[in-house]
Design a protein around this ligand. Sequence first.
Ligand code: AMP
Length: 192
Amino acid sequence: MSLRLVIMGPQGSGKGTQASLLADRLGVPTISTGDLFRSHMSAGDDLGQLARGYTARGELVPDDVTNAMVRRRLDHPDVADGFILDGYPRNAAQVAELDRILADHGARLDAVIELTADRDELMARMTRRAELEGREDDTADAIARRLDIYAERTAPLTAAYADRGLLITVDGTGEIEEIAERVAVAVTGVRQ
Ligand code: AMP
């Protein structure tokens, strides 16, 4: 089954985990822009060095850099049968660029899954994750800042996707398996 999906939700909403579980289920790759930036940072290449300053402050990497990285990734043949984008698009310009990238491949998005959870639960989950993973960008300030950025810039995008009939909202609270089941059920309803 070939599906081109975006998974959205504030950091800490479990979208990374759910993206991987859904990707396994559908047999498509997950493309996480956060992971792509982190691997460039560990490689210490030019893109990684550029991204480091922004990610450390919990700010978005500039669109021209991010869009070019995503365009390159979506040129890869492994996405021919579908993919799940995690962490992209994050603003209106990225939404427009994603449409252009897909149109250039003669494709379009099939659905956008939004995971929802309240702010207190998100702060608690992200603080726990930061301790477990030792993520240098997960200071309390950076966490709060990223939730603010999400609310200001990204959440309105879900309204745009809803207007296009692409948005599926899924309750992101509860056990991982329980949420995965909700996501799977939601995706079953997506028309090919
Ligand atoms: P994440 O793992 O999704 O929280 O992403 C970690 C960091 O990578 C973010 O705080 C941003 O600095 C950067 N990043 C990830 N995705 C994007 C994006 N779509 N646009 C700009 N910056 C991004």
